[in-house]
Design a protein around this ligand. Sequence first.
Ligand SMILES: Nc1nc2c(c(=O)[nH]1)N[C@H]1C(S)=C(S)[C@@H](COP(=O)(O)OP(=O)(O)OC[C@H]3O[C@@H](n4cnc5c(=O)[nH]c(N)nc54)[C@H](O)[C@@H]3O)O[C@H]1N2
Ligand SMILES: Nc1nc2c(c(=O)[nH]1)N[C@H]1C(S)=C(S)[C@@H](COP(=O)(O)OP(=O)(O)OC[C@H]3O[C@@H](n4cnc5c(=O)[nH]c(N)nc54)[C@H](O)[C@@H]3O)O[C@H]1N2
Ligand code: SF4
Ligand SMILES: [Mo]
Length: 725
Amino acid sequence: MEFISRRKFLKIGGASLAATTAIGNAKLFDSKRATELRQVPTFCDICFWKCGAIATIQDGKLWKVEGNPKDPLSRGRLCPRGSGGIGAHYDPDRLKTPLMRKSVRGEEEWVAVSWDEALGFIADKMKKIKADYGPEAMALFSHGIGGNFLKHMLKAYGSANIAAPSFAQCRGPRDVGFKLTFGEDVSSPERTDIRNAECLVLIGSHLGENMHNTQVQEFGDAIAQDAEIIVVDPRFSVAASKAKYYLPIKPGADLALLLAWMNVLVTENLYNQDYVTKYGFGFDHFVNEILPFTPEWAYPETGIEPDLIRQTARVMARHKPATLIHPGRHVTWYGDDAQRSRAIALLNALMGNWGVKGGFYYPVSMDIPGYPYPEYPHSERPKVDNPDNKYPFAHETITNGIREATLTGNPYPIKGWLVYATNLMHALPNEKETIQAIQNLDLMVVIDVIPAEIAGWADVVLPESVYLERYDDLNVEWFREPFTALRQPVIDPPHDQKPNWWIAKTLAEKLDLGHYFPWKDIEEYLSYRINQAGLSYEQLKSEGILLGEKQPIYFSEGVPDVFPTPSGKIEFYSLQLAQAGFDAVPKYTKPPQPPPGYFRLLYGRSPVHSFSRTQSNRILMDMMDENEVWINQDVAGRYGLKSGDYIRLKNQDGVVSNRIKVKATERIRTDCVYMIHGFGHNSRMLKFAYEKGVSDAQLITQYTVDPLMGGTAMNVNFVTLELEA
Ligand SMILES: Nc1nc2c(c(=O)[nH]1)N[C@H]1C(S)=C(S)[C@@H](COP(=O)(O)OP(=O)(O)OC[C@H]3O[C@@H](n4cnc5c(=O)[nH]c(N)nc54)[C@H](O)[C@@H]3O)O[C@H]1N2
Ligand SMILES: Nc1nc2c(c(=O)[nH]1)N[C@H]1C(S)=C(S)[C@@H](COP(=O)(O)OP(=O)(O)OC[C@H]3O[C@@H](n4cnc5c(=O)[nH]c(N)nc54)[C@H](O)[C@@H]3O)O[C@H]1N2
Ligand code: SF4
Ligand SMILES: [Mo]
C-alpha cells in the first residue's frame, strides 16, 4: 500500500479545513479529471462523534475524507483526526488475517488461520461454556456503533453481560448525577446548547484539545458572539486561553468550588427564582445545606480567592438562563464524581437553563423502526456486574464489574470474553487486574483492526475491516435536529479483513442461532429499516444523510416541561439518594493529596489522536508521535530539567514508566503533572507505535470506585520524577 507523505496530507488537511461546501461534489465532477474521481458519503469512526464524511477515491485509491456539508454534526468539516482517518486504511501494521494463539497468553505468538477455522473454534468453545456454566458466563466488551450486531448475537446466545468503557471509565457519573437531578441524562452527543450560551463554564472539559467536532465548532461560535468563558482547570488548557476568567483549581477540589458558587447564588439571591419556584423540589432543604459552604470556606480547598469565586458566580447569574455550566464528559476523576456531576446539574438548575436556549435542549430523532427479530431467550440470572445492586444508581453495565466477577467467580463465573473495539489494557485502570481476570477465562477473543495490547492476550484475534471499508448499523441520531446517517464502504479491505456484521452473523450461524440473523446481508437489513420508515434507501446511499423534520427542542417551542424524577420536578434535595444512604445534597470530601516529593498524575486528549487507537496511524503520528509530560517550570528548574530532556515517572506502587520528554511550562500547577492518554504502546506487533511515549494507564494502578454507580476514578495516582543517570 502506498504510504501518504506528510506533504500530501497537509494538502488534504488544508482542503478539508476550507469548508468543503465550496469544493463540494459538483466542482470535483466538473473538473477535467472527473472520470478519475469517485465520491462516497459515509460517517467517521476515528472517535464516537460519528461526523458525516465524504471520501474521495482517485484512480481506485483512497485519497481523502472531508466533512459532509449536509451533516448537522460536522457541518461540512472534520476534525484533524477525521481528516487523517485514511491512515487507518493504509496502516501497514494492520491485522490481516485471523490469528490463533500458539503459546501462552500474552506471548504474542500466532498461527494464521482461515475465518472458518477461527469462528468454528470460537463457536465450539462458546457451546461448551454454555453447557458447563450457562450462557451468562460469556461477556462482551464493546465500544462504538460497530458492536451492535455482536451485541445482538450475544443476547441471542443468552447473555446480557455487555459493557463499554464509556460508562464506568468516562461519562457514567455525569449521566447519573444529571438523571438524579433532572430525570434525564446528558448523553452523547451532549444536549448542550453551547452555540447559544452567553456564558460558558468549563470544568476540566478541554474543548479544543478534546476535539468532539460539534462542541468545538459551537465553542468557536460562542467565542465569536462574545460569550463570557470561565475555565476551571489545574492546567492552562487551550480553552483557558480563550477564557475571561481562568481558575487554576487545586486538583480534586471542584466540588468545593461548586458548593461555594451555589452558596453565593443563593445568599445573594442571584439564582433564577421563577424557574426554581416552578420546577424545583426540596429547595429549602438545599438552601440549608448549602449555607456553610462560603467562598471563604472553599478558599483553602480550591486555592481560588473568595473574591474570584463571588465575581464568577455573579457573571454566571448575569447571563442566566443562557449560562451553561458544561457537564463534562470524561468525569471519572476522584470517586466523588456522580455527586460532583450532580452539583454541576444543580448549578445549571439555579440558572434555570434546562429546556432553555443557551442551556440544555431536548434532543430529537427520526422514527426509524428496528429490525423484527425473534425474542431473546430469558435469562435466569441477573447481569454479573453489580451484585445485590451494590451501586444503586448504575443505569448501564459496569465494565470493571464484569472484570471483578471474572477475577472472583462471584456472583457467578465468567469464562469467555469477546472484546470488540476496546483496548482494555489502556481503558481500564490497573492492568494487572485485567491480566489476572483474563487468566481465568476459557475463551478470549479480540476483534480489532490493529494488534493493540488487548489482542496480545487473546486466544483468537479477528481482523476487522476499518470503517472506510464496511457498512455498519444506521446512526439514528438524537441531536438538535433529527437525522439518520449511513456508513458504507468506500474502498475494499486490503487483506482478509471482514466487517463486524458478517462476523456476528457467521458466528451466530455456527452457534445454531442463524434465525436471529434472517437477512441475507447487511444491505437487506439497512434498506428494510429505511423503507419501513417510508424513506428512500437509494437517497440515503447517495447523500449519506437523511434529514428529518424540524421539531421543538426548548420549552418555549412547546416541549412539555416534565421531569421524570420521583417528584416530577428538578430534585434540589434527592430523597432517592437519602433513602440509599447517600448525601441528598452533595457534600465535599477532600481527596488524598500527593505525598511529599510526589505529583498528581493528570491526563487528557491531543487534538490529533483518539485514545490508544490512532498511534499506529502514520498520518496522525506524523503530527505527534510521542507524548510529553507537562511539569511546572519552577518545579522543573528545581530538578535541573528543561523542555526536551527525558525522564521516567515512578508511581506510588513502584511502577516505572518508559522515557518521556519533559515539557517545562508555566501552564500547569506545581502539584501535578499532565500527559496525553493513549501513548506508550507495548504490543510488539505495533511496530511503529511501540514504546513511543508513555502510557498513563500503566501508571494508573490505583483507582477509587464511585459508590453511587461503580465508575473508576483515575486521577488518584501520584508520581515522582526519575532523572536519567
Ligand atoms: N482529540 C480527541 N478528542 C476527544 C477524544 C480523543 O480521544 N481525542 N476523546 C473523546 C472522549 S470519549 C471524551 S470522554 C472526551 C474527554 O475530554 P474532557 O471530558 O474534556 O476532559 P477530561 O479528559 O475529563 O479532562 C482533561 C482535562 O481536565 C483537566 N483536569 C484534570 N484534573 C482536574 C481537576 O481536578 N479539576 C479540573 N477542573 N480539571 C481537571 C486536565 O488538565 C485536562 O485539561 O474527549 C473526547 N474528545
Ligand atoms: N488511563 C486512561 N484510561 C482511560 C481514559 C484516559 O484518558 N486515560 N479515557 C477513558 C475514556 S473517556 C474512554 S471513552 C475510554 C476509551 O476506551 P476505548 O474505546 O477502549 O479506546 P481505545 O484505547 O482507543 O481502544 C479502542 C480499540 O478499538 C480498536 N479499533 C479502532 N477502530 C476499530 C474498528 O473499526 N473495529 C474494531 N474491531 N476495532 C477498532 C483500536 O485499535 C483499539 O484497540 O477509555 C477510558 N479510559
Ligand atoms: S470528531 Fe473528528 S474523529 Fe470524531 S467523528 Fe468527528 S471527524 Fe471523526
Ligand atoms: Mo470518553
